[in-house]
Design a protein around this ligand. Structure first.
Ligand code: ADP
Ligand code: MG
Length: 342
């Protein structure tokens, strides 16, 4: 494969190469890449801003994370945070630090993924920064979105009696990561062996190419539901539900039997001798939306909406409980998501 050294190109040419293929979708983007700062036209309603910093070796491992997927995911994790506020992203900025290990072609792969995410979600790349890193790749994405004052959803706001709902299914990304880690170890020991991902598109896809649940934000608007609280599941169901409880000053009762787990996740968890429920509770990186609604709204959801009621909010005095399949009550504890090197 061709390799163009970044040092032969210079920073301005690199930025030009990376950003020239992007188009813009929003009239609120008055000026994007190219000036000293981007310009956004103010509008009514609220602006939400969120940012994430991803470090090679801490948040991702390039030995099994294709650069294109990494670019896509770096954008999606930010869009997911905007979704969790019940908002819609309009712009992003992307900052990167590169070591001389990376060629122009490699960085272009990364930006292919970023561009794919931008066109899929119809968002405008309006700027960023480019710098040198002594070791490893650093990516930081900032997302800027809008939300109606009447629709903004915080972690606080859940009330006793509310129903706890979650989109999609949980634990898939974690089991996908386990599979990739296993294949990496096999590869380190014997580089001639090709990875065997066992046709596990669902779990590997959920880890390498998660989609922010913009469709759920749209669905909530169509059904005229404003959740009383919302968060995206990035650390794991137990930890993220506890965030809602702490911010809202309430307790919860979560039913193990109701937690949505995909068949592939279930089988792979067992293969790794993990409890599938533990993967769903503590796995993390699912990027599903966890929210609470008034019980009167629950019947607005139908079977094919891909949203499940998994528990209810209680008074704080009842504590944080998981009701097991055999109907025993356990305390819900936050184990959270362990990043690779922590
Ligand atoms: P400055 O010297 O003011 O920081 P730069 O030369 O870094 O300006 O950036 C020039 C333009 O390119 C700005 O509009 C900036 O937002 C944009 N930009 C720089 N790096 C990136 C990047 N990695 N991705 C997207 N846009 C970028
Ligand atoms: Mg700069």
């Amino acid at each position: 494969m061709e390799r163009t050294e970044l040092s032969d190109l210079g920073e301005f040419k690199l930025i030009e190469k990376l950003t020239s293929k992007f188009k813009t979708y929003h009239p609120s983007t008055v000026r994007g890449v190219g000036d000293d700062a981007a310009v956004i036209k103010n509008r009514s309603g609220l602006t939400v801003v969120t940012t994430d910093l991803l470090l090679e070796g801490v948040h991702f491992d390039l030995s099994y994370f294709p650069l294109k997927h990494l670019g896509y995911k770096s954008v999606m994790v930010n869009l997911s945070d905007v979704c969790a506020m019940n908002g819609k992203t309009e712009q992003i900025t992307v900052s990167i630090a590169l070591s001389n290990r990376f060629s122009l072609e490699a960085v272009e792969e990364l930006y292919e993924g970023i561009r794919y995410a931008c066109s899929y979600a119809e968002i405008d790349l309006i700027g960023g920064d480019t710098s040198t890193s002594l070791k490893g790749l650093v990516i930081s994405v900032t997302a800027i979105g809008t939300v109606d004052e009447k629709k903004i959803t915080y972690r606080k706001g859940a009330k006793a009696g509310d129903i706890i709902c979650v989109s999609g299914d949980l634990g898939a990304a974690y089991t996908g990561l386990q599979l990739l880690e296993r294949e990496k170890q096999i590869f380190i020991e014997n580089p001639d062996i090709q990875p065997d991902l066992e046709n596990q598109e669902h779990i590997v896809g959920k880890f390498l190419k998660p989609d922010a649940r913009m469709d759920i934000v749209k669905l909530l608007a169509e059904l005229e539901i404003v959740p009383t609280s919302m968060i995206d599941v990035s650390d794991g169901l137990s930890s993220d539900l506890l965030h809602i409880c702490h911010h809202s000053n309430v307790g919860c009762k979560l039913f193990e039997s109701k937690i949505p787990i995909h068949g592939d996740t279930y089988n792979m968890a067992l293969k790794f001798q993990h409890d599938p429920t533990t993967c769903a509770l503590n796995g993390g990186e699912d990027y599903e939306l966890l929210f609470t609604i008034d019980p009167a709204e629950l019947n607005k959801f139908t079977e094919d909406h891909n949203v499940r009621a998994i528990g209810e909010i209680t008074d704080k005095a009842h504590g944080y409980k998981l009701i097991s399949k055999s109907n025993n009550e356990h305390d819900l504890i936050a184990q959270g998501w362990q990043h690779m090197n922590q």
